[in-house]
Write a protein that binds this ligand. Structure first.
Ligand SMILES: [Zn+2]
Length: 615
């Protein structure tokens, strides 16, 4: 009586926006399903054996209980994405949805296809009726909204109405704002942040990334970070450290303080343990303070393309299966991964790369092969192994809009306001790409003898203040002082050299020092290990040792660093900012404790004598 024929529905819409413009919104399936009024979901356990990339889920709805297994989402940026669900109960046995974007002169045409296999006659007919009317209407409205946002490059919160705060939240907010306006935060950014907290939805507020907002608001990263750090101290925001798996990049844990990090951490998507790193895998994100606005963290979809925005292609291939893929990629280096292989292959996307590329996945796995492809290649992937494979093509570099632990913990402001944010005793976390600088006073013994202890000590303490100002201005932080020497940390050598040159200039221009204080510095960039020493974050390793040897080697008004560091940074420009009266000399030398190695170093001599005579 009721048809159990397979169902196929197809909808089309013309969009104003181009595929790459609407892609981030359309493929944010967590938001899409929420906007389509779907109930929230939770993980379910149907069977013990789950294929890699598959998830078992169920609805949280009161009147609706459906359990299903979801195949991995498949996508080809920026043209196609889709998913298949296999239901345990309910009107359909399975459901497949696919969205295709076809660019045209007016923007793009969006086609959404839906295939379903009915299970129960009457119920299936009812569901199909609902799909064809209610869901279609909601989908049309949502797509129109997304198209408008994408076309105008707006974020969803910008067209949303203000949400209600928690009881007493409005009053607390006013008090916090008064307090923050009295500190040195940028008032315009603070207003934008408050507007965001009031209008954005739960999905946007669960994890706020300041640098993403900095880009959208067109404000500097330094300024926004300052606002976020002060706002956290004032209880407008809370923050947490998100621990990302280095392979799939998913967040596997979130902790409130650094001392809650216990390595190794287990990734349940990759099914293996990993260690974290200050640069990439520990990232700071923010959320409104619960006494201002409560955030509901319900999920509507867990594995959509926007959960992995660095992945441009994801495909699930059965043994023997071959796929022709359509994509359009920006030039750069990408990694090809499969669930069945420990290794990866490198895919270089270049303007004049190969137009037609066929990738064959064998049982031997990927072993660092390299291919060069064009930006819109004819790409085909074949699974010649005997196992199903989940294949991904992803950006090799990590999103630079993330705020890394390395960056936050090398901020003086953060260290000053959140001194309790230290690692657990005994925990060692690696840090790559960090700059350490040691400064010292040249011939301070002579100065003590000449000036007397009392006066000399006063001058040394004042010189610390000057250094602190110069270091904080470059977003660096003082790790510790050792005698007259300062150990400081920065994200890059440019900041370190700029801080040194500025401090040097301030010292030579300040009459109280009477030209008696001559600062020298050793700068080195590389990797080290962060630990908790005396309840602060300290750094160890050869990068630290080399920087410390460099300062010993340096003479009056001199900064020493390697030629490699100099050439890989924009230090020439930094020197230019401070005038032309510096001399730079290349030498090769041995250092104490590193007898076997010779170092090619740069000696930067700051000629401030002319300046001194002029005062
Ligand atoms: Zn993982």
């Amino acid at each position: 009586m009721f048809s159990k024929q397979p169902l196929h529905i197809s909808w089309h819409w013309q969009l104003k926006s181009a595929p790459e413009q609407i892609w981030p919104l359309l493929t944010d399936t967590n938001r899409l399903f929420k906007d389509l009024n779907q109930p929230s979901i939770q993980q379910a356990h149907i069977s013990q054996s789950v294929e890699p990339g598959f998830t078992q889920l169920s609805y949280n709805g009161i009147n609706r209980y459906e359990v299903w297994e979801e195949e991995p989402y498949e996508w080809e940026y920026p043209f196609r994405f889709g998913l298949t669900r296999h239901y345990q109960s309910g009107p359909y046995k399975n459901l497949k949805i696919q969205a295709d974007l076809y660019p045209n002169e007016n923007g793009a045409r969006l086609k959404i296809d839906l295939w379903a296999k009915p299970r129960l006659g009457f119920l299936s007919m009812l569901s199909t009726f609902k799909l064809k009317t209610l869901i279609k209407r909601r989908l049309k409205k949502t797509i129109r909204q997304y198209d408008e946002l994408a076309f105008n490059e707006d974020k969803p919160y910008e067209s949303a109405s203000p949400k209600s705060l928690v009881r007493g939240g409005e009053k607390r907010l006013q008090q916090i704002l008064e307090q923050l306006h009295n500190s040195e935060v940028n008032a315009r950014i603070l207003d934008k942040l408050v507007n965001f907290i009031q209008r954005a939805d739960n999905l946007d507020l669960e994890r706020i990334h300041p640098y993403e907002l900095a880009e959208h608001w067109n404000v500097s990263r330094e300024q926004i970070l300052k606002v976020f750090i002060h706002a956290s101290k004032a209880d407008l925001l809370n923050f947490s450290w998100d621990l990302h798996c280095p392979i799939c990049r998913s967040i596997q844990e979130s902790v409130k303080t650094l001392n809650q990090i216990h390595e190794p951490i287990y990734c349940d998507e990759c099914e293996q343990e990993f260690n974290v790193n200050f640069n990439k895998t520990i990232q700071l994100s923010f959320t409104p303070h619960p006494l201002i606005r409560k955030i509901d963290t319900k999920k509507f979809c867990v594995r959509g393309p926007q959960t992995k925005p660095h992945v441009v292609i994801q495909q699930y291939l059965e043994p023997g299966e071959n796929r022709y893929l359509k994509t359009e990629l920006s030039p750069g280096t990408y990694l090809l991964r499969t669930t069945e292989s420990k290794g990866t292959a490198k895919v270089h996307v270049r303007k004049n790369g190969n137009e037609t590329v066929h990738i064959e996945l064998r049982s031997s796995g990927l072993q660092g092969e390299e291919v060069h492809i064009s930006q819109d290649p004819n790409l085909s992937i074949q699974n010649s192994s005997s196992e199903p494979q989940l294949v991904t093509l992803e950006w090799e570099t990590w999103n630079d809009l993330n705020l890394s632990a390395a960056e936050v913990t090398s901020s003086q402001l953060f260290r000053d306001l959140f001194g309790n944010q230290v690692l657990k005793k005994g925990e060692k976390i690696s840090v790559d790409n960090i700059t350490l600088m040691f400064t010292d006073l040249f011939d301070s013994t002579g100065m003590y003898n000449e000036e007397g202890d009392d006066k000399a000590v006063g001058q040394v303490i004042n010189h610390f203040e000057i250094l602190e100002t110069a270091i904080a201005r470059e977003n660096g932080a003082i790790v510790k002082t050792i005698g007259d020497s300062v150990m400081a940390v920065f994200c890059n050598p440019d900041q370190a050299l700029r801080a040194y040159l500025r401090a040097q200039k301030m010292l030579s221009q300040d009459k109280q020092f009477n030209n008696k204080l001559h600062l020298k510095a050793g700068i080195h960039h590389g990797s080290c290990v962060a630990v908790n020493l005396n309840n602060r974050i300290d750094y160890f390793g050869s990068t630290v040792n080399i920087a410390s040897r460099f300062v010993d080697y340096a003479s009056e008004n001199e900064a020493i660093l390697t030629q490699k560091t100099f050439n890989e940074s924009s230090l020439n420009e930094v020197l230019g900012e401070f005038g032309n009266n510096n001399t730079v000399e290349d030498i090769s030398t041995h250092l104490k404790g590193f007898q076997k190695e010779s170092f090619l170093i740069k000696r930067i001599q700051v000629e401030s004598s002319l300046l001194r005579l002029a005062i």
